[in-house]
Ligand binder design. Structure first.
Ligand SMILES: [Zn+2]
Length: 54
């Protein structure tokens, strides 16, 4: 597993912001919590998509 493989990226659909929300696998519980209540840290948009790439 490379360093890039264990990052969970979030993508803000409103303003195209990208940020890292968590690192796998140690923060899986945190990731689940974030995916349930995530908002963009830059614009507070609730429309968030998450995945392995920005
Ligand atoms: Zn945003």
């Amino acid at each position: 597993m490379t360093e890039l493989d264990n990052k969970i990226w979030a993508h803000c659909d409103d303003y195209q912001h990208n940020w890292i929300v968590a690192y796998l696998p140690l923060e899986m519980k945190k990731t689940v919590a974030l995916m349930r209540s995530a908002v963009c840290p830059k614009c507070a948009s609730p429309i968030i998509m998450m995945g392995k790439t920005p």
